[in-house]
Ligand binder design. Structure first.
Ligand code: AMP
Ligand code: MG
Length: 444
């Protein structure tokens, strides 16, 4: 078996396909749009446990929303024509939120005191805000309790300060589509629709393989020349943040046997992420071993810095190390990403390329990375051919959003990376960027 493997190792070469940033992202999005949706979770999940899960079925309005004509103000339910005519009104009574008007429909010259959120009595077509009436201190009202007058010159259009019944949603209408990730706004809306439980998708399983002879786990004491496997943990956190279920496999040393064993297990997952071993170094075997597993590469690099050696492809799903007598392949593929090992490269590549694929595997319909625009707070010299992603701090006040790169020691600098809250994008081929220029920013 090893002989065959070695033969393949030396025969096979990965065809280089280095794309520019946009092409690489387009390639990921194209493949992501083709993945099938995950299975539905076997049980509906209690609403308060659904945060970050993805809806497998739409949420529909339980009834007309609002279920009655709702006043949006504290004030008086009136007939707008009376206000236009400048009439004094007779206040019949009061209606509060949680109750309804029990009297007759309003007739000309009549008003009902009303609170925000209360149902507007029949016969009235607008709510006059309490701030727009002459108050109890006013002479008229003191002289004639129960009388009401609009403040001088105050007009009121029909429908003002009333949300019509069903204006937000009609009973049975889809208010949250399947494929939406659940956040606080979705929880609020689902609760308003009476949903104590929601149907969500299963979380995709993501195998995480950190490769490198220099790596040690958290329970070991590193020698001075060794480094901790921070990427394994970072990737697990990133996967969790995006709604996947990350499993860290044992560190793979930079040799074929380790890589074969880990990758053969990794292909059982819904997505496989490898860190390290994809550069041009003498011990960077990841691509070769993937090729032995029958991998197809969609790209083998992107014109970005950090992150240039990133690879993306798919590998036949297997459950065992390749053998002469292995069972026929089932036809299923597992997508993989090989991320450069430098920690900031790993995070950048995850956010740019892995996250969209993972979102699709989670069943989400919105998957592309989201960029905002911000003004550069200081001059930046760059002059690189490739698109750069620099750890940066985004600050905002009411007037503008500004961004400034954090000083750093390069893509291994996790301390600088942790001071940042975003990555500022510097397009390739531009010598320098001046303070005040509008830049794209990828938020964390
Ligand atoms: P590589 O992409 O394998 O050439 O790795 C490049 C550099 O990234 C290595 O020299 C390490 O310093 C660092 N590195 C690789 N893997 C990890 C990891 N799992 N955690 C933290 N740093 C890593
Ligand atoms: Mg390495």
């Amino acid at each position: 078996m090893l002989d065959r493997g070695f033969a393949l190792l030396y025969e096979a070469t990965v065809n280089d396909r280095v794309l520019d940033f946009e092409q690489a992202l387009t390639e990921v999005l194209r493949h992501a749009s083709g993945v099938s949706r995950p299975a539905k979770a076997p049980q509906p999940i209690a609403l308060n446990n659904t945060l970050r899960r993805v809806l497998a079925e739409p949420v529909r309005a339980e009834r007309d929303q609002p279920p009655f004509r709702r006043s949006t103000r504290d004030g008086y339910a009136v007939r707008s024509a009376d206000i236009a005519a400048g009439r004094d009104l007779r206040v019949l009574g009061s209606v509060r939120a949680g109750d309804r008007w029990r009297g007759d429909a309003l007739r000309d010259g009549e008003a009902v005191e009303i609170m925000t959120g209360a149902p507007v009595p029949d016969g009235s077509d607008a709510v006059l805000m309490v701030e727009h009436t002459l108050t109890g201190a006013d002479e008229l009202l003191r002289a004639a309790p129960g009388r009401l007058r609009a403040a001088p010159g105050r007009m009121l259009a029909a429908g003002e300060n009333i949300v019509p019944r069903g204006a937000e949603a009609r009973k049975g209408a889809e208010v949250i589509p399947a494929g939406r990730v659940v956040g606080a706004a979705e929880v609020a809306l689902a609760a308003a629709c009476g949903r104590s439980h929601l149907e969500v998708f299963e979380r995709p399983k993501v195998a995480i393989i950190a490769t490198g002879d220099e790596l040690v786990e958290l329970d070991a004491v590193p020698e001075p020349w060794q480094i901790r496997n921070s990427n394994g943990h970072a990737l697990q956190a990133l996967v969790d943040e995006e709604g996947g279920f990350g499993e860290r496999l044992q560190i793979a040393r930079d040799n074929r046997e380790d890589l074969i064993e880990r990758i053969s297990r990794g292909t059982m997952a819904d997505l496989l992420i490898l860190s390290g071993g994809v550069s041009m170094g003498k011990y960077d075997f990841v691509e070769q071993v993937l090729l032995e597993f029958g991998a197809e590469f969609f790209f083998t690099g992107a014109q970005i810095k950090p992150g240039k050696p990133v690879v993306f492809g798919r590998v036949p799903k297997r459950i065992a190390v390749p053998r002469e007598d292995e069972p026929p392949w089932t036809g299923a593929w597992t997508c993989f990403f090989g991320l450069p090992g430098n920690p900031v490269s790993t995070e950048v590549c995850f956010r740019l390329f892995v996250a969209p694929m993972l979102r699709a595997l989670c069943g989400r319909t919105e998957i592309a990375p989201r960029f905002i625009e911000a003004r550069l707070a200081a001059d930046v010299n760059c002059g690189m051919r490739v698109t750069r992603f620099l750890p940066a701090i985004v600050e905002s006040d009411w007037k503008q959003v500004s961004v400034r790169p954090v000083p750093w020691q390069g893509s291994g600098d996790l301390a600088a990376n942790a001071r940042a809250n975003a990555f500022v994008v510097l397009p390739g081929g531009v010598q320098s960027f001046a303070a005040g220029e509008s830049m794209r920013v990828l938020l964390r």
